[in-house]
Design a protein around this ligand. Structure first.
Ligand code: GMT
Length: 380
């Protein structure tokens, strides 16, 4: 099959999932065409069957705002026609689903051999729970979802939320996030031993969080939890990623007098190595449709302490792979963390369970769900 994938190319869960999906589909013999304004960050190196098409935007002085959605639709039309695509797949509804709708209608009106092209939209989270709800986007969002030939959501929570909030009865297929369980596996070698020595003394535990440091990730809660945990358990905190809240978090850790024990790493590619030296992972988000970062940690055998919002309880099983608590309940999250870090037997059990749970979401299990869905939408 020849598939056109559009996603946000920079850091962010939806772009990661879309790119990894494209790579996995290419490995399975499909021809994949990425259509975006920049090369997706995870699309590094040459991969057979993968092509990249950059959307060019003409900045004519009259246009105060770049007309990306229109330029994207035109590029989708061009790639569909000249590379004979079978399907367009838009990741993150705004504005990708709208551009795909426009492309489909243009191709229909042209009446050529691509007049029957179909498009699928994958909903990832904030496109539904945050940005899509803004009055300036809502009617267009609802329309674009309804007009999609197929819609997938990354959790049951997101499916239900979409149907409720947009009052649509459109069928939505749940296809969860997935992970390469052979890559995301706990490493115990000279390199990780050296990493560990860099961060903590032998008997100290390492707590980790990774995100794009937006307010909804509640990174300050992680710092509050760490401040309590370190009273009882010798430990260090690693914060990976960057974003709008980072400076405030750095200031807050200085205010608490614990900045020496916290490493702000910024954006990092060596995620597997960092997770391999991690004892406990935190994701106390205000909103989280799936929680790809928690899945990455679990695949490396790291138990997770998370909030109970969105799709997180579908991934992180309370009392098995980690613990969940109400948003902002840092006291309970600290208690759970101390409990796990001081009970070796329970910790080992949770660590094994976390890895086993992650295996449910392996590339091998999930990517065929997308292939089956493509076939269904195309009536094959
Ligand atoms: O919020 C982010 O971290 C980025 C965002 C995105 O769309 O790029 O992530 C969303 O999609 C991920 C992949 O499907 C999910 O794992 C995240 O849970 C989701 N984020 C939120 O719902 C806040």
């Amino acid at each position: 099959m020849k598939i056109g994938i559009t996603c946000y190319p920079t850091y962010g869960g939806s772009g990661v999932v879309a790119t990894e999906l494209g790579k996995a589909l290419a490995m399975r013999g499909h021809e994949v065409h990425f259509i975006s304004y920049a090369m997706p960050t995870r699309l590094n190196g040459f991969i057979d069957n993968i092509f990249y098409h950059e959307v060019e935007i003409n900045n004519y002085p009259l246009f105060e705002f770049p007309l990306y959605s229109i330029a994207l639709a035109s590029k989708m039309v061009e790639v569909t026609k000249f590379h004979d695509l079978d399907l367009l797949h838009a990741h993150y509804a705004i504005p990708h689903a709208t551009s795909a709708f426009l492309a489909r209608e243009i191709l229909k009106s042209e009446g050529g051999n691509k007049s029957e092209i179909k498009f699928i939209t994958t909903l990832h989270g904030t496109d539904i729970t945050l940005t899509g709800l803004e009055p300036s986007f809502l009617p267009t969002m609802k329309f674009s979802i309804q007009k999609s030939d197929g819609v997938t959501a990354v959790s049951r929570f997101l499916k239900e939320k979409t149907q409720q909030q947009y009052q649509i009865d459109k069928e939505i297929e749940v296809i969860p996030n997935f992970i390469d369980i052979n890559k995301y596996v706990r490493e115990d070698n000279e390199k990780t031993k050296c990493f560990r020595k860099n961060f903590a003394k032998n008997d100290e535990k390492i707590l980790t969080h990774t995100s794009n440091f937006r307010a909804l990730k509640r990174v300050q809660d992680v710092i509050k939890i760490f401040n309590t945990v370190k009273e009882k358990v010798d430990s260090k905190l690693i914060l990976i990623g960057d974003g709008p809240e980072r400076s405030e978090c750095e200031r807050y850790s200085r205010e608490l007098g614990i900045s020496e024990d916290i490493k702000f790493m910024g954006k990092q590619d060596a995620l597997v190595e960092l997770l391999s030296v991690t004892d406990l992972f935190f994701l106390p988000s205000q909103s989280e449709s799936f929680g790809l970062s928690a899945l990455e940690a679990m695949s490396c055998g790291v138990p997770v302490i998370s909030s109970s919002v969105g799709g997180l309880p579908e991934l992180n099983l309370h009392g098995e792979t980690g613990y969940i608590a109400e948003i902002g309940d840092v006291e309970r999250m600290s208690k759970y963390a101390i409990e796990l870090l001081t009970n070796e037997k329970r910790y080992e059990h949770f660590s094994k369970n976390a890895r086993k749970r992650a295996e449910h979401f392996s590339e091998e299990n999930i990517v065929p769900m997308y292939e089956k869905f493509y076939d269904k939408v195309l009536g094959m």
